[in-house]
Ligand binder design. Structure first.
Ligand code: ADP
Ligand code: MG
Length: 620
C-alpha cells in the first residue's frame, strides 16, 4: 500500500511472535478468548468514559456496546469487531508492537520451558496468540480522537500502519481481521465458534453476536420455481382427479415454499452477572468457570475456595472473592511499588476499574474477585471515586471476609485437625480438601506474613493463619494454636529460632537445653521471618522468645546464684578483655546450654545472627 508506514516489532515481542508462530501447542482455540477479552476491555473503557460524557458513545449502531463475529469462508477470514474505545495511530504502534510489557520476557521464558501458551493472557500479551491460527492479521481501528487506520503484519518482524481509505468506516472501535492458515480452517465453522464462545467467553458482560447462517422457508410465487419431478407428478395427479376433487383444485397454491440460506445476528452468550445471583443458585462449576475468566487463569486447576456475599447497611455492595490455586508469576515483584490489586470494581453493574488499590491491602493482592457497589457514585472521575468515604468501609469488610475465607480453608482441611478421628475420617467431601491448607500456605504464606507486618488491626487474625515447622513437628506444618496446646506446664513464652534452614537449626547449640528439657521450638527459616518477628510480639497473651537472644528463661534453679558467684571473676575478666575489640555488651552465666561451653547471644533488641546474614546478602 502506497501510504503504509513500516515499523519493527520490539525485539522481545518479535521473539514472542516467532515462538507462537512455530509453536506446536495444540490448543489453538485460546486466541479467540484473548481477542474477545480485548474487545470486552475496550468496551469497558468506552462505557466508563461515557459515564461522565454522554456524547462520547455517539448515536445509532455506534452506541451499541457489543462484539460481532463474522466469517468469510471463501477468503478464509474470521473477523472480530467491537464498538469499544478503539486505537489511535499512536495506540496501534505502542500497544501492538513497539512497547514490550513487563510480562513479555517472563512469558517467553515460561513458554520455552513448558511450551504452554494457555496463560498468555495473564502476562499481558494475549493479542499475539492470534498468530497461532493466522499468517496475516489486519487490525482496523477508529478512536474518537483520530482517523481510521489499518495495522497489518505477517509476523515477519515488522508491521505496517496505513490511513484507511478503502474499508467501510467503523464509526468507532476495532475490527481484527484474521487471515486463517490453511490448517486452521475449523475456525470458519459456525458451530465451532459457537462452542468456543460458550466455553470461554461465558462471562463477558457484552453481547457477542455471530453473523450466522440460517435455513429458512421462503414463500415464492409457484411459477417462479422450476417444479421438481415429484411436484410435477403431484400436479398431474391433481389434474387427473379434477372432477372429483373440485375444492382441492381451487386451493392449488399460487406460491411455493423453498429453503433458502439467510444470515442474521445470533446472540451467543447470555449476559448474566453471576455476582447478582443468589449464592445458593450458583453451582461450584459456575464459580470455577467464573474464576478462570476473571483471573485469565485457564489452567485446569480449580480455585481453592471462594466467598460470595452481600454487605448491607450504610454501604451496600456485593462481592465474590477467590483464592487462586497458584500464585501469579509476579506476585512479589516490586511489591511495594506496583499497582497490584486484582479486584475488579463495578458501580451499579458498570465496570469501573481493575486497578483500584483502595479495595484491598497489598498483602491480599493475591486474591481475585469483584466488587459491585450501589453506594458509590457513577458519574465521577476515578480520582474522585478513590477518595470516596464508602471505600474505607468496603475495604474493611473485604479484609474481614477474606481472612474468614482463608481460615475456612484450614478448618475444612482434615490434615489440619487436632482431632485424630477427624484426621482419619474419609468422606469424599473431606478427602478433596485434604492438604489444601498446606498447599495454600506454600503459595501464599509469604502474603500472610507480610500481612502481619503491615496490618496491625488484623495481626492476631493473621497470626492464627501462620504455619511453620518446629523441633517437634517432624517435617509437618503446625500452627501457633497447636504449639500452645502442646506447651509444657509452667512454660510462659513461645520459643523460636531463626536461621537459614531447618537442618542448620536442628543442630544449633541454642537448642541443646531446650531439647533436653523437652521444650518445642519454632523454626523460622524464611528471610521475611526476621522482619515478621519484629512485629509479632505476642500471641494469646504469650510472648515470643528468640532462643538465640538474651532473656531466655528456662525456670530458675537453686544453683544459679551460686554459679554466678563462683564464676564472677572469669566473666568480669572476659568482658573486660573482649569489650574493646568486639561489640560485646555482657558476659553471663546461663543455663541454656548443655554440651557446648559457650555461645554468642544477641541482645534483645539487636539483630539476630540470622538477620545479620540476611542484611549482608542484601547489600552484596
Ligand atoms: P492486554 O489485554 O493484557 O493488555 P493484549 O496483548 O491482549 O494485552 O493487548 C495489548 C493491548 O492492545 C491492550 O492493552 C489494548 O491497549 C490494545 N488492544 C488490543 N485489542 C484491542 C481492541 N479490540 N480495542 C482496543 N484496544 C485493543
Ligand atoms: Mg488481552
Amino acid at each position: 500500500r502506497s501510504n503504509a508506514e513500516k515499523f519493527e516489532f520490539q525485539a522481545e515481542v518479535s521473539r514472542l511472535m516467532d515462538i507462537i508462530i512455530n509453536s506446536l501447542y495444540s490448543n489453538k482455540d485460546i486466541f479467540l478468548r484473548e481477542l474477545i477479552s480485548n474487545a470486552s476491555d475496550a468496551l469497558d473503557k468506552i462505557r466508563f468514559l461515557s459515564l461522565t460524557d454522554k456524547e462520547i458513545l455517539g448515536e445509532g449502531d455506534n452506541a451499541k456496546l457489543e462484539i460481532q463475529i463474522k466469517l468469510d469462508k471463501e477468503k478464509k477470514i474470521l473477523s472480530i469487531r467491537d464498538r469499544g474505545i478503539g486505537m489511535t495511530k499512536e495506540d496501534l504502534i505502542k500497544n501492538l508492537g513497539t512497547i514490550a510489557k513487563s510480562g513479555t520476557s517472563s512469558f517467553v521464558e515460561k513458554m520455552q520451558k513448558t511450551g504452554d501458551l494457555n496463560l498468555i493472557g495473564q502476562f499481558g500479551v494475549g493479542f499475539y496468540s492470534v498468530y497461532l491460527v493466522a499468517d496475516y492479521v489486519e487490525v482496523i481501528s477508529k478512536h474518537n480522537d483520530d482517523i481510521q487506520y489499518v495495522w497489518e503484519s505477517k509476523a515477519d518482524g515488522a508491521f505496517a500502519i496505513s490511513e484507511d481509505t478503502w474499508n467501510e468506516p467503523l464509526g468507532r472501535g476495532t475490527e481484527i481481521r484474521i487471515h486463517l492458515r490453511d490448517e486452521a480452517g475449523e475456525y470458519l465453522e459456525e458451530f465451532k465458534l459457537k462452542e468456543l464462545v460458550k466455553r470461554y467467553s461465558e462471562f463477558i458482560n457484552f453481547p457477542i453476536n455471530l453473523w450466522a447462517s440460517k435455513e429458512v422457508d421462503v414463500e415464492v410465487p409457484a411459477d417462479e420455481v422450476e417444479p421438481s419431478e415429484e411436484e410435477e407428478d403431484e400436479s398431474s395427479k391433481a389434474s387427473s382427479e379434477e372432477e372429483s376433487e373440485d375444492e382441492d383444485a381451487e386451493k392449488k397454491p399460487k406460491t411455493k415454499t423453498v429453503k433458502e440460506t439467510t444470515y442474521e445476528w445470533e446472540l451467543l452468550n447470555d449476559v448474566k452477572a453471576i455476582w447478582l445471583r443468589n449464592p445458593k443458585d450458583v453451582t461450584d462449576e459456575e464459580y470455577s468457570k467464573f474464576y478462570h475468566s476473571l483471573a485469565k487463569d485457564f489452567s485446569d486447576e480449580k480455585p481453592v475456595t471462594w466467598s460470595h456475599f452481600t454487605a448491607e447497611g450504610d454501604v451496600e455492595f456485593r462481592a465474590v472473592l477467590f483464592v487462586p490455586p497458584k500464585a501469579p508469576h509476579d506476585l512479589y515483584e516490586s511489591y511495594y511499588n506496583a499497582n497490584k490489586s486484582n479486584l475488579k470494581l463495578y458501580v451499579r453493574r458498570v465496570f469501573i476499574s481493575d486497578e483500584f488499590d483502595e479495595l484491598l491491602p497489598k498483602y491480599l493482592s493475591f486474591l481475585q474477585g469483584l466488587v459491585d457497589s450501589d453506594s458509590l457514585p457513577l458519574n465521577v472521575s476515578r480520582e474522585m471515586l478513590q477518595q470516596h468515604s464508602s471505600l474505607k468501609t468496603i475495604k474493611k469488610k473485604l479484609i474481614r471476609k477474606a481472612l474468614d475465607m482463608i481460615r475456612r480453608i484450614a478448618e475444612e482441611d482434615p490434615d489440619e485437625s487436632n482431632d485424630k478421628d477427624k484426621k482419619e475420617e474419609v468422606s469424599s467431601d473431606n478427602e478433596e480438601k485434604r492438604g489444601q491448607y498446606s498447599k495454600f500456605w506454600k503459595e501464599f504464606g509469604k502474603s500472610i506474613k507480610l500481612g502481619i507486618i503491615e496490618d496491625a488491626t488484623n495481626r492476631n487474625r493473621l497470626a492464627k493463619l501462620l504455619r511453620f515447622e518446629t523441633s517437634k513437628s517432624e517435617g509437618k506444618l503446625t500452627s501457633l494454636d497447636q504449639y500452645i496446646s502442646r506447651m509444657k506446664s509452667g512454660q510462659k513464652d513461645i520459643f523460636y529460632i531463626t536461621g537459614a534452614s531447618k537442618e542448620q537449626l536442628e543442630n544449633s547449640p541454642f537448642l541443646e537445653q531446650l531439647k533436653k528439657k523437652n521444650y518445642e521450638v519454632i523454626f523460622f527459616t524464611d528471610p521475611v521471618d526476621e522482619y515478621l518477628m519484629q512485629y509479632l510480639m505476642d500471641y494469646e497473651d504469650k510472648k515470643f522468645q528468640n532462643v538465640s537472644k538474651e532473656g531466655l528463661k528456662l525456670g530458675k534453679s537453686s544453683k544459679d546464684k551460686e554459679l554466678k558467684e563462683s564464676f564472677k571473676d572469669l566473666t568480669k575478666w572476659w568482658k573486660k578483655s573482649l569489650a574493646a575489640s568486639e561489640n560485646l555488651d555482657d558476659v553471663k552465666i546461663s543455663n541454656r546450654l548443655d554440651n557446648t561451653p559457650c555461645v554468642v547471644v544477641t541482645s534483645k533488641f539487636g539483630w539476630s545472627a540470622n538477620m545479620e546474614r540476611i542484611m549482608q546478602s542484601q547489600t552484596l
